[in-house]
Design a protein around this ligand. Structure first.
Ligand code: UD1
Ligand code: CA
Length: 487
């Protein structure tokens, strides 16, 4: 068989690798996998202005999950069919490896796949996915794509309640004969519990030929993708049914409450994966991972924590109840106490954060730093052993080692127009209720007396204090309200 070159293949790649690898590569190339993702539907039952597939599952548009799954299959071409909601879908998902085909008007799933065909490789196989079926697993789809190489493969599922789905009609020999849409089904056919998930795969050329022949002669006057089953059978092409191992992976979203059900399935799966890796979860039902959470060994996560973006927790890290961590790296053995909010920050090892701490973007904490209750840190570095334990604002500051920042300390970093930095050198001691009016530097080993408003640099190893002198007025009397009977 002559070796074909896909669009993304450089000729040099032909000579790369050992003969067996080359053979495998050319084989995969001749059967390039193309994926059409249908996402043009209106989603009326979401009762929303936003296109259904842009509603969020685990913090990201549900369509992004499908696109990621398509990528994980190693697809050569991915084409998203969009329509309802203008250009919102391509705008939200734009990526160099994605094609977009507009379907307008939306005349049914068969019509939708036809819009994708010009973007797909006619020599490959095409797998059809749905933007509103976001939990389907890569392993399952691999089986469908495999089975679709020499004929037509459809993914089916057994559902306790099959209502709303197309039913799989099989003959006495158990072979698939047709998919019957609920609206077109007889009472007998409606009793069938094996349903069409809508996901199917076939050689692209064949699929295109069948779709040419599909008509809209049905109850909904739509071009049904499912009609390709009858056409395949008429052509004497085998129709293989692949049954999904888990019913939840083929669930679609038509309403907000279905989306919420899928969210819990997604989170349950995320929690199971973490526990399989050895993470201790106080309650797997009260964890939300909206992104990627990587954990070292012996990590403990208490209830109601939310992890967004990319979060890494090192060995032995413990996260207390009700914490939100977004794009954060936490090094080994650090403890984050309850009700803390950490965003876009790097936290060193052996730190103690919270309870009620707020760590904002651009923060980097060294080893053994303590950030206590009602302390806000923004765009600041605190080196090893420094502490801000109570009620403070540390913004745009560079703090050395073993610095003690007293309760109520505030870096006055903003003059109304510009931000300025505060520098606090090693071993400085900042007395309580101090304002550091930036730009300002506190020298190494300096002490600031409580209540100081620092407007000029404090020299090292000295006490600096700005404070009105304390006076006592003896014999002074506090005013009293006069007695109304008094004359
Ligand atoms: C479809 C299947 C049905 C299956 C069910 C699974 C057909 C004819 N029926 O029915 O057998 O059990 O899915 O959920 O295929 N879409 C477009 N353009 C269109 C129409 C639909 O992109 O013109 C997209 C929708 O956005 C949606 C998906 O295709 O994501 C399914 O469309 P929908 O109208 O919901 O099909 P069902 O009636 O549910
Ligand atoms: Ca549907």
């Amino acid at each position: 068989m002559p070796e074909r070159l896909g669009h993304n293949e450089y000729p040099a790649k032909r000579f790369f690798g050992r003969p067996a690898e080359r053979a495998l590569k050319s084989y995969a190339m001749t059967l390039s996998l193309n994926i059409a993702i249908l996402a043009a539907g209106q989603g009326t039952r979401m009762r929303s202005e936003r296109p259904k597939v842009l509603h969020r599952l685990a913090g990201r548009p549900m369509l992004s999950h499908v696109v990621d799954t398509a990528r994980s299959l190693g697809a050569a071409k991915i084409c998203v069919v969009y329509g309802h909601g203008g250009e919102q879908v391509p705008e939200a998902l734009a990526a160099p490896d994605l094609g977009f085909a507009k379907q307008e008007p939306q005349l049914g799933t068969g019509h939708a796949v036809r819009q994708a065909l010009p973007h797909l490789d006619p020599e490959g196989i095409t797998l059809v996915l749905y933007g509103d079926v976001p939990l389907v697993r890569t392993e399952t789809l691999r089986q469908v794509a495999q089975a679709g190489r020499d004929g037509l493969a459809i993914l089916t599922a057994r559902l306790a309640d099959p209502s709303g789905y197309g039913r799989i009609a099989r003959d006495d020999a158990g072979e698939i004969r047709a998919i019957v849409e609920e609206k077109d089904a007889s009472a007998e056919q409606r009793a069938i519990t094996e349903v069409n998930t809508g996901i199917l795969a076939a050689p692209t050329r064949r699929l295109a030929a069948w779709l040419e022949r599909v008509t809209d002669a049905n109850a909904q006057r739509e071009y049904y993708l499912t009609d390709v089953v009858a056409l395949a059978i008429a052509d004497g092409v085998a129709v293989a049914g692949v049954e999904a191992a888990e019913a939840w992976e083929v669930l679609g979203v038509n309403s907000q409450s279905q989306l919420a059900v899928l969210e819990r399935h997604y989170q349950a799966r995320a929690a199971r994966r973490l526990m399989d890796q050895g993470v201790s979860l106080a309650d797997p039902a009260r964890l939300d991972v909206r992104g990627e959470l990587r954990c070292g060994r012996d990590v403990f996560i208490d209830v109601n924590c939310v992890f967004e973006g990319r979060v890494t927790l090192g060995d032995g890290v413990a996260v207390g109840a009700n914490c939100v961590l977004r794009d954060v790296e936490v090094a080994a053995n650090t403890r984050v106490f309850p009700f803390s909010h950490l965003e876009d920050a790097q936290i060193g090892a052996d730190c103690r954060i919270g309870p009620y701490a707020r760590i904002r973007p651009g923060t980097a904490l060294g080893r053994d730093v303590h950030i206590g209750n009602f302390v806000e840190v923004k765009n600041s570095r605190l080196a090893e052993g420094s502490k801000a334990n109570h009620l403070a604002y540390v913004g745009d500051a560079t703090v050395g080692r073993r610095v003690n920042i007293g309760a109520g300390t505030i870096t006055c970093n903003y003059d109304g127009a510009h931000k300025h930095r505060t520098v606090i050198e090693d071993d400085a001691f900042i007395g309580s209720d101090t304002q550091l009016v930036a730009p300002v530097t506190v020298g190494r080993g300096a002490t600031l007396g409580a209540g100081t408003t620092l407007t000029k640099d404090a020299p090292p190893d000295a006490l600096t204090v700005s404070r009105a002198k304390q006076v006592t007025v003896s014999g002074w009397r506090r005013p009293r309200k006069s007695d109304p009977n008094e004359k």
